[in-house]
Design a protein. Structure first.
Length: 287
């Protein structure tokens, strides 16, 4: 039995790398198509975002800023759709206003609104949510929203005049919002919102960022300037777990977890095969 196991390890250790690539591809694809629902334990930072949204007063005005594109969609988009689902499912009459500091962010936001606000909840544009859209200028856009939103946005993304949109009544500057969430993949993004909007006005904000940005954002979280953070795909999956709606974040973590397990398994088999071969080689030299 032991000899059979050793021979099997040696064969697997020498398997053609193309089979390894194919195996990795399959173990990534299958959980994406058929989620495994592996257990997810939400961290305190994700829980803080969830708790803050839960505690929002009825009819709160929420500003959602989308600063990501197709390349970072797997990490940030599940956060945005989950946040929208959470806000609308509370049935507290929350109003969502969407701005985009990235041009690609407008397409991402429109997709999320169509999926959640329109298709899932059947909400009305202009009364429950509005897409203000993209404006060029990076941090200058943030400063413009803080000082005079209506000067920066005279029309929404559909070309409708701001004064003709019911839910824009009483919205003139950043301080008219009750909460900000920034779905950010880089510059301009969360840092600019903290520095030029949230800090000067004391309007509370939370964020969701790519995993690589988390270390940069943590000082703001620890300092209380940001109320929690969704950290990359794990953060997206944790938020989906908290709201009880499985999505791309959860299936993405399934795929990632299984892929990591298989990669480690191949590494272990490769090393075992190497040491067995070396031991046999030494025996042959000694004889």
């Amino acid at each position: 039995m032991m000899n059979y196991l050793i021979e099997l390890i040696l064969k697997l250790a020498k398997v053609d790398r193309r089979w390894i690539f194919l195996t990795i591809g399959l173990v990534v694809l299958i959980p994406l198509l058929y989620p495994l629902a592996l257990p997810i334990r939400p961290g305190k930072d994700s829980k803080q975002v969830y708790d803050f949204v839960e505690a929002l007063e009825d009819s709160s005005k929420v500003l959602l800023s989308c600063e990501y594109g197709p390349s970072t969609k797997p990490e940030i988009h599940p956060m945005v759709t989950s946040l929208l689902h959470h806000l609308f499912s509370l049935n507290k009459g929350h109003k969502v206003y969407v701005v985009c500091l990235w041009p690609d962010g407008q397409f991402m936001a429109e997709e999320a609104l169509d999926e959640v606000a329109v298709e899932r909840f059947g909400l009305t544009y202009g009364e429950d949510f509005v897409m203000l859209g993209f404006r060029p200028g990076a941090e200058a856009v943030v400063k413009g929203i803080v000082s005079d939103l209506r000067k920066l946005y005279t029309i929404d993304a559909k070309g409708t005049k701001i004064e003709n949109i019911p839910m824009m009544k009483g919205i003139n500057r950043f301080e008219d919002f009750d909460f900000l969430f920034s779905g950010s993949a880089g510059y301009p993004g969360t840092t600019e919102w903290v520095q030029f909007a949230a800090d000067p006005t004391d309007v509370p904000m939370s964020t969701g960022t790519t995993s690589i940005q988390v270390n940069e954002m943590m000082p703001y979280v620890l300092g209380g300037q940001i109320k929690g953070i969704l950290a990359g795909m794990p953060g997206a999956a944790e938020y989906e777990e908290l709201i009880g709606v499985k999505g791309i974040g959860t299936s993405g973590m399934d795929a990632q977890s299984v892929a990591h397990f298989v990669i480690v398994l191949f590494i272990v088999l490769g090393n075992l095969g190497y040491f067995i071969e070396r031991k046999r080689s030494k025996r042959h030299q000694g004889s």
